[in-house]
Write a protein that binds this ligand. Structure first.
Ligand code: F6P
Length: 328
């Protein structure tokens, strides 16, 4: 392994997700394993600009593998998007003798890392962390699996009350630009309909489907909506629309919100975080930079950061068909 890198910085940036702590732990301990130093950078790029650094060793990450959130805190830094902000960040990294960094986050965090690398030639590796699973170059982002389990758990509970009162529930889940959570958790929770940004279902088809559902003998229904769905209406507006057009339905709305981002990571996320954390450090030590480490067909692979940022993820259309079939 290369001897040029003696100290690696690690930060979490953007929206937090379960598994980030497990990834921090893996990065810190892989550094220790290879006898190099590791510095925790607090509050994402904002902490890099302000010099909010702390040296970390294997014992600084005890008992965090099971914890949601991020011990390093997270932020979305506007200042880092300016050349002046990045200059301050660079000066701090040099002052602390940091030779490379691992950024755990989503697209915005990777874009910041790329810009920084272009300006200062600073080695950067990204680990995909977001519950939305909307990053190109990996089948799973950190936190996605945990969020799916959280959502399924909650919808199971909603179903209990929905069926007791013969009600229709609109349940809004996160996913600003992508329907991965809605589609997968929707199937897992047995939703009658799933509305996602990738498919514009249209209001008429929604009503049609609800009518069919009622006619088939179902007394309660769950419709899962991704936050970024393009049907053009919020969950509350959809409720109003159904109230007006199908008064036979007693409709309620549940917006799951930020509870989806919290909680103890699933075993899948912990193992993924550990694998990606080890690879991130080792690939830096091999002299690589500007890559994202991700999972494809259960193999840890490198994707150029630029592709990860520019590429688009797609929902599996077959899942839409499956959902249509199993929800009749
Ligand atoms: O990117 C993850 C995400 O959870 C999105 O699904 C959601 O739209 C957004 O973060 C919310 O961000 P914030 O916590 O800044 O409100």
């Amino acid at each position: 392994m290369s001897v040029n890198i003696k100290k690696i910085g690690v930060l979490t940036s953007g929206g937090d997700s379960p598994g980030m702590n497990a990834a921090i732990r893996a990065v810190v301990r892989t550094c220790a394993f290879h006898n190099i130093e590791c510095t925790g950078i607090y509050r994402g790029y904002q902490g890099m600009i302000e010099g909010d650094f702390k040296e970390m060793g294997p014992r600084s990450v005890n008992n965090i593998i099971n914890k949601g959130g991020t011990i390093l805190k997270s932020a979305r830094s506007k200042e880092f998007m300016t050349p002046e902000g990045r200059k301050k960040a660079y000066d701090n990294l040099v002052k602390h003798k940091i030779d490379a960094f691992v950024v755990i986050g989503g697209n915005g965090s990777f874009t910041g890392g790329l810009l920084f690398n272009k300006e200062y030639g600073f080695p950067v590796i990204g680990i995909p962390g977001t519950i939305d699973n909307d990053i190109y170059g990996t089948s799973h982002t950190l936190g996605y699996d945990t969020a799916l389990n959280t959502v399924v758990d909650v919808i199971d509970k909603i179903r209990d009350t929905a069926s007791s009162h013969n009600r229709l529930f609109f349940v809004e889940v996160m996913g600003r630009d992508a329907g991965h959570i809605a589609l997968n958790a929707g199937i897992g929770a047995g939703a009658e309909e799933i509305l996602i940004p990738e498919e514009d279902m249209g209001l008429d088809r929604l009503l049609e489907s609800l009518r069919k559902s009622k006619a088939s003998g179902k007394s309660s229904s769950i419709v899962v909506i991704a936050e970024g769905d393009k049907i053009g209406k919020s969950a509350f507006e959809l409720k109003d629309y159904v109230d007006q057009n199908m008064p036979e339905y007693d409709v309620r709305v549940s917006i799951l919100g930020h509870m989806q981002r919290g909680g103890s990571p699933s075993c899948f996320d912990r193992v993924l975080a550990s694998r990606l954390g080890v690879k991130a450090v080792e690939t830096l030590l091999e002299g690589n930079s500007n890559y994202m480490v991700g999972l494809i067909r259960d193999e840890v692979v490198l994707t150029p950061l630029e592709n990860a940022v520019k590429g688009k993820t797609h929902v599996d259309k077959e899942l839409i068909r499956v959902s249509d079939i199993v929800s009749i």
